[in-house]
Design a protein around this ligand. Structure first.
Ligand SMILES: Cc1cc2nc3c(=O)[nH]c(=O)nc-3n(C[C@H](O)[C@H](O)[C@H](O)COP(=O)(O)O)c2cc1C
Length: 208
């Protein structure tokens, strides 16, 4: 429950929108928030939906942007190369809010934002990007994909350095926010569509 207050945002579109972004901002900042991990869906080159759980790394309301980290070799990156459409879904049981967002995805491998994201990752986090062969490769035997030298121990900066080349950030430019609030007194549902021409969010109530 945010400071917006249940009774206030229930019947106020602007406060509902604010509540949605506050939950996303806390989701990125607080690893214990239920919105710290979100379901992220892309569309494959065959046109089928594909979802996976990802850690929400940053939420930027002013730029209507979410950030995730990914391995550049992951299938989600290939999906985005074919079709940048993306959908993000989460549920916060304490706040009783489901958030469904959609927009366009961009994958970045270089630049200040990527360097900062890489530096913010722990050595254990950076180690994930060392997998060889690439994530999703078919192999003959069960494996973590990691060299035994970096398994079960804290890797050194030298050991994880080669992983940087496999690291990328996935930015979601949000175009639509759908907010569903569950309440015994009556559910509430609202959608907020980004109006590009007017540079503003257009909100409407929906029947839950
Ligand atoms: C709790 C949890 C958090 C995860 N966080 C990430 C993440 O931040 N980035 C990521 O690329 N994969 C993450 N994964 C793994 C993905 O769910 C997925 O298995 C992997 O990225 C391969 O997905 P793809 O082949 O669809 O690209 C996470 C999985 C779990 C269970």
């Amino acid at each position: 429950m945010s400071t917006a207050g249940k009774s206030l945002f229930l019947n106020d579109l602007s406060l509902s929108h604010q509540e949605a972004w506050q939950l996303l901002e806390r989701g990125a900042a607080d690893r214990y928030s239920p919105l710290h991990t979100l379901a992220v869906a892309t569309v494959t080159s065959e046109g089928t939906p594909s979802q996976r759980i990802m850690v929400l790394r940053a939420s930027d309301r002013a730029n209507r942007q979410l950030r995730f980290n990914t391995d550049l070799r992951a299938s989600k990156v290939a999906d985005i190369g074919h079709d940048s459409s993306i959908s993000v879904l989460g549920y916060h049981p304490q706040a009783k809010v489901q958030l469904r967002l959609s927009g366009k995805a961009v994958v970045q491998t270089a630049g200040d934002d990527v360097e900062t994201a890489w530096e913010q990752a722990s050595l254990y986090g950076q180690r994930c990007y060392l997998a060889d062969p690439a994530p999703g490769s078919v192999v003959d035997a069960p494996t973590s994909g990691l060299d035994p030298a970096v398994q079960g121990v804290k890797p050194s900066p030298d050991q994880v350095r080669p992983a940087r080349g496999n690291f990328a950030i996935l930015l979601v430019k949000v175009e639509l926010v759908e907010w569903l609030y569950l309440a015994h007194s009556g559910h509430r549902r609202a959608r907020f569509a980004w109006n590009l021409a007017a540079s503003r969010w257009d909100g409407s109530w929906l029947v839950p």
